[in-house]
Design a protein around this ligand. Structure first.
Ligand code: API
Length: 326
């Protein structure tokens, strides 16, 4: 067949979202889902093809693009450089401060293997990054702001779940509405990280776990929580399931600039998402199509959203895009 053959590594919220997004894109087919768990032990009502990651090498000729659905805290730093030695990859590495270093590591593997590795895509980093770049390039004199939420950050939720003694947990990113209102009114305040968002964590602790130590590990975690006012609430598994099962998110990128004789120009891009992982997965799948085309053109190495022309994301031909969307 002519369809793009996709593999998935990791079957958490994001991996499930990718399965569903592939189903919405007729030019793609799912070859298999690689997991570190024993495939036979997975609950599989939809009859998906689960494989153990140890079998992955046998699939190097059967998969065009491997979508890496692990977390940024501990999975991707290993998996990104590793899988790029064998496959074209797409991932959503989202520890902003470590992206330059991650890029270099993945790039080394991908240049050597001749594969394309699209890193750090999704919505932030990803669609928000693109919009920051365009807004800043267009309004060279201005200030830009990114606000997230209120919603469940997968990256931060994953990070708290990796703290010893934590059984389950979710993290809500909460934007400070008063500063958003001021910016929409044309003000351009200088804001520290702490002044823009609060972070609220709901944690199910293991029995007899030291809650004070857990709280401390969370609020002091670099990159994720240390620069924010973070609150940690301990709840039961039942409360978590009853009140925190949904994963909405969203936010916006805004640039407030001036041109000419002080004409204020405001650009805003916003997302309102009922499911953060399903949306992130949809972005990954669009970039898988781009990675496939780049690879066919002989491109190799690590790429970010900044390096990929938008037309590569679309299943439509350049002619069709010019006629329909320009
Ligand atoms: C937050 C954002 C979320 C960005 C989206 C994605 C995620 O703090 O809510 O982890 O959900 N950084 N990177």
């Amino acid at each position: 067949s002519n369809s793009i053959r996709i593999g998935i590594v990791g079957y958490g919220n994001l991996g499930k979202g990718v399965v569903s997004a592939i189903g919405q894109n007729p030019d793609m087919e799912l070859v298999g889902i690689f997991t570190r768990r024993e495939p036979s032990t997975l609950n599989n009502p939809d009859g998906l093809k689960f494989l153990h990651v140890r079998e992955v090498e046998q699939y190097s000729n059967e998969i065009d693009i491997m979508i890496l659905c692990g977390g940024s805290a501990t999975d991707l730093p290993e998996q990104g450089p590793h899988f790029a030695t064998m496959f074209n990859t797409v991932d959503s590495f989202d520890t902003h401060a470590k992206i330059p270093e991650y890029f270099e590591q993945v790039n080394q593997s991908a240049v050597k293997s001749g594969k394309v590795a699209v890193i750090s895509t999704g919505w932030d980093p990803g669609m928000f990054s693109l919009n920051r770049l365009m807004a800043e390039s267009i309004l060279s004199e201005g200030t830009d702001y990114t606000f997230w939420g209120k919603g469940v950050s997968q990256g931060h939720s994953d990070a708290i779940r990796r703290v010893p003694g934590v059984k389950a947990g979710v993290q809500y990113t909460v934007p400070v509405q008063s500063v958003i209102d001021a910016i929409r009114n044309g003000e351009t305040p200088a804001l520290s990280t702490r002044e823009k968002h609060l972070r609220e964590c709901f944690v199910v602790a293991e029995e007899n776990a030291d809650r004070e130590r857990i709280t401390n590990d969370i609020v002091s975690m670099p990159n994720y929580f240390a620069d924010y006012d973070t609150t940690v609430h301990f709840i039961t598994q039942e409360e978590l399931e009853a009140n925190h099962a949904e994963m909405p998110h969203g936010g916006f990128v805004i640039r407030s600039g001036v041109t000419g004789k002080n004409n204020r120009q405001i650009i805003e891009y916003s997302l309102k998402l009922a499911s953060n992982p399903e949306f992130t997965a949809s972005v990954l799948v669009a970039y898988a199509r781009a990675a496939y085309r780049l690879s066919k053109e002989g491109v190799s190495g690590a790429k970010t959203v900044f390096d990929i022309a938008p037309g590569y994301l679309s299943p439509k031909s350049p002619e069709q895009l010019r006629a329909e969307l320009l």
